[in-house]
Design a protein around this ligand. Sequence first.
Ligand code: SAH
Length: 211
Amino acid sequence: MGNRELMEMLDRQIRLRGIGDSRVWKAFEMVDRANFVPESEKDYAYQDRPLSIGYGQTTSQPAMIAEMLAELEIGEGEKVLEVGAGSGYLLALLYRLGANPYGIERIEELASRINGHLEKEKIPTLPIRTGDGSIGWQEEAPFDKIIISAASQIVPPELTDQLRPGGTMVAPIGNKSLQRLTVIRKDKDGNITVEQKTLCVFVPLVMNTVI
Ligand code: SAH
């Protein structure tokens, strides 16, 4: 893509800071973030900060997404679930990384726009479900990788259950104002290990499920 501003964003904010890896950078080059934000935010599409997507929600900072994607080491054809799909920007990056992405978004208005955004990127319709993603997508489980794109105090147990042995999940875990990007790995025997990475700030994961 010959978009100079997009290339500058990638160089200054992601590549030169050593965030992510060359496969992730290639995916970023292929997706125009301007196609995922409302008209009023398009001028800022190449800034490394979260952007409003309406309904009090934001699409995450590109550098943070690059870090999440690099942690996951997405492989060709892997089944990947994103909880909190928002604008669909991260789903588009997953698709360009060769994954088979699934998205759950609780706000109907946002969920219904995702495939329109993807169409602008010439990406085929992806499976998107409206609802509370903290309980995962049982019918489609297990997933090779899971991304939670909203902040939670805990890793929802249903999502850990729906992770394939050998799979990895990334999630911002912490309180409402500050979280740590957390990498959850399930080994071949089903044992879970948890590793905490950088500090981050995400919009909250809203759980409807009352236990
Ligand atoms: N990666 C997205 C980020 C969207 S922000 C993008 O690139 O646009 C996080 C999203 O999580 C918001 O749209 C919010 O509505 C959604 N969300 C919050 N709680 C949720 C839940 N329990 N299930 C599904 N989506 C949820």
